[in-house]
Design a protein around this ligand. Structure first.
Ligand code: FAD
Ligand SMILES: CC(C)=CCC/C(C)=C/CC/C(C)=C/CSC[C@H](N)C(=O)O
Length: 482
């Protein structure tokens, strides 16, 4: 970075950049592009829906609750850094006990006693849980290398190159091999996989243990104890980053992107539409920060590319988040007296006939004003994840009575297994695609890592510093640079 705090660019900087999508991926890209290209470049961010995208809240009884992306890992350093730079506050997970339900009874119950829980785990599963812990720690340690690489300015032209630089072919294989196969090989017992791992995959990705091992590890990291969220709602990061980047938000749907030769380089024409009017603009660099799978329906068509851009394969997984204000039916879980029901979260096994993945008492996004988790005998706010919307009988099974139900049917994350391909990052000379990273693992931090990577990649490709792209043996290189 130069004296101004911005990177120094040899040659003419780009004059206009467009980003399609104002979720965490698009807004973080705007922020990082501003850091790298400096104050002069004009950055437009197009959003057809709401800033935040899959980070969203719903209001119940004058309080807001996360209905999409809700938890952040303590080692998610980009998210941490955004919160600091934006002057936002952390919201710590309010402790509460978890149990696993198999449709008939609880097969695993957390207690108030850590040592007792450890003993029970050892008794039921042997050392499987220690093996698992070590496996997740090792993956996290390797994943954290990305912050070093990005701190030194290195970029990757594909998700494959990025993963390979972090953990070699072992990491790449983890995007193809199933979680269950990898864990069995590690010596984790089938019983532990069915009773502990499967419930975690169901709550976090609505899918089963055949999902790839890499996203499985991300999901397990998301079940650790050291989680947090943003006071006021995670989506505040997105609106904050747009402001920090001095980006211009255009509330419109991008409908077509087409290339136009401009001297030695290419410009891209974006056509867009609001409810009332249509518009068109030219840009030097374009970043698409929304899933392009046809089932998600971004509505973007790529026209005039020679050869045509490849179709982006795969589909997204539906997860329904129902935020219910009411009284949990503890009898259904075998506790006729709600005062004796000790759990804040109920996870479920992959049992036939179970109509929900998880049900948890949740906290509002503003807890600095004081929050006490409601007892099950009181009316509380619960989040239920299910593959289908809950019908009346399902609601009546889970809740004795309820005041309100708010349903969001998310195209939530990749349907892992619907394709073996990791989508490309570079679609054309200066046209980039962010959401391919979700096929390694879908999480706020993954989109943030992809955002930083695309900003660096776009910068190095623009300034023709190709030695900063796809460098091999980076761990060694960085050590010797110091
Ligand atoms: C229910 C649920 C729970 C989750 N829980 C967690 C969690 O606890 N922790 C975690 O880390 N992650 C979680 N995730 C995943 C996380 O939310 C996502 O990985 C992340 O938010 C993706 O951000 P993004 O910006 O890449 O995409 P999105 O948030 O999908 O943003 C894309 C944006 O592009 C806009 N757009 C699309 N097409 C166009 C167009 N043609 N023109 C203009 N705009 C367009 C969309 O409206 C959208 O706002 C969860 C996701 C869901 C659905
Ligand atoms: C990217 C890395 C290394 C870690 C991220 C770990 C993480 C926070 C994973 C969360 C994954 C996810 C999609 C969770 C969805 S459900 C969240 C929560 N259980 C809820 O009930 O809302």
């Amino acid at each position: 970075l130069g004296d101004s705090g911005f990177a120094q660019l040899d040659g003419a900087p780009p004059s206009k950049i467009a980003i399609v999508g104002a979720g965490i991926g698009g807004t973080a890209t705007a922020h990082f592009l501003r850091q790298h290209f400096g104050p002069e470049v004009h950055i437009d961010v197009f959003e057809k829906g709401t800033v935040g995208g899959r980070l969203a809240t719903v209001t119940v009884n004058h309080q807001d609750y996360e209905s999409g992306g809700s938890i952040i890992h303590s080692l998610n350093l980009h998210m941490q850094d955004f919160v600091k730079q934006l002057g936002l506050k952390y919201r710590k997970n309010v402790a509460g006990k978890t149990a696993v339900f198999n449709g008939e009874e609880f097969i695993l119950e957390e207690t108030d006693w850590y040592l007792l829980d450890l003993f029970r785990l050892w008794w039921r599963y042997g050392i499987s849980f220690i093996r698992l812990q070590m496996w997740v720690e090792e993956i996290m340690e390797k994943f954290m290398r990305i912050y070093k690489y990005q701190g030194h300015g290195y970029a990757f032209s594909s998700v494959e190159e990025l993963l390979h630089s972090l953990g070699g072919s072992g990491f790449l294989n983890m995007t193809h091999r199933s979680l269950s196969e990898s864990l069995l090989e590690l010596g984790v017992s089938q019983r532990f996989i069915d009773e502990v791992i499967a419930p975690v995959m169901r709550v976090n990705y609505g899918q089963n243990i055949s999902i790839p091992a890499f996203v499985g590890a991300v999901s397990l990291a998301g079940a650790q104890a050291n989680l947090w969220a943003v006071e006021g709602g995670n989506k505040l990061v997105c609106s904050g980053l747009l402001k920090l980047a001095k980006a211009n938000l255009i509330q419109a749907q991008v409908t077509t992107i087409s290339p136009h030769a401009a001297g030695e380089s290419t410009q891209y024409q974006l056509n867009y539409a609001t409810l009332t009017e249509k518009g068109s603009e030219f840009y030097d660099i374009v970043v698409v920060a929304t899933p392009l799978q046809s089932s998600v329906g971004s509505g973007i068509s790529f026209q005039g590319f020679e050869p045509q851009l490849p179709d982006i394969a795969g589909s997204y997984h539906h997860t329904v988040a129902s935020i219910v204000h009411g009284y949990l039916n503890c009898s259904y879980f075998g506790f006729p007296d709600p005062k004796l029901f000790p759990f804040a979260s109920v996870l479920t096994t992959d049992s036939p006939g179970l109509f929900f993945n998880s049900a948890a008492s949740i906290c509002p996004v503003n807890i600095s004003t004081g929050f006490r988790r409601k007892q099950p005998q009181e009316a509380g706010v619960y989040k239920v994840f299910s593959p289908q919307p809950l019908d009346k009988p399902a609601l009546k099974t889970l809740f004795r009575s309820y005041y309100s139900v708010q349903v969001t049917d998310w195209q939530a994350y990749p349907h892992y297994g619907s394709t073996q391909d990791l989508p490309p990052v570079v679609l054309h000379d200066s046209l980039y695609y962010l959401n391919g990273i979700e096929w390694a693992g879908s999480a706020m931090e993954m989109s943030s890592v992809a955002a930083k990577n695309i900003a660096l990649l776009a910068y190095h490709r623009w300034s023709r510093q190709l030695e900063m792209v796809d460098q091999k043996d980076l761990m060694h290189k960085i050590k010797t640079e110091l």
